[in-house]
Ligand binder design. Sequence first.
Ligand code: SF4
Ligand code: SF4
Length: 113
Amino acid sequence: MDMIAACGLVCTTCPAYVAGKTADRALQEKTAAEWTAAFGMEVKPEDVVCDGCQSTGSRVFSHCLTCDVRACVHGKGYTTCAECDDYNGCKTINGFFGMCPDAKPTLDGLRAK
Ligand code: SF4
Ligand code: SF4
């Protein structure tokens, strides 16, 4: 079963999640290079490891560990933004959709259930 992040990303298909389960060094190196270019910050291969947004442990990728959406969702006691009454007008999640548009249909689908 897929683990959906607070923001609507699918953690179970994320390279950091997969690398964490498989110890795939080549995947870590490839993803570190891609994320360094995409995020404009240095990501080391050994940092590309994560147990997913809904994990209560400490092994969550640094960028997601400090994510405003994750902090807000978990602070309100939700699993994802799909549960929130402010979803449609929220600047935080809608700003995130500008960077990661694939997350929106996932959350919209959860809201339609
Ligand atoms: S929380 Fe972890 S698995 Fe989920 S999207 Fe972020 S880095 Fe990937
Ligand atoms: S206020 Fe925005 S970021 Fe926070 S849970 Fe609601 S929709 Fe998500």
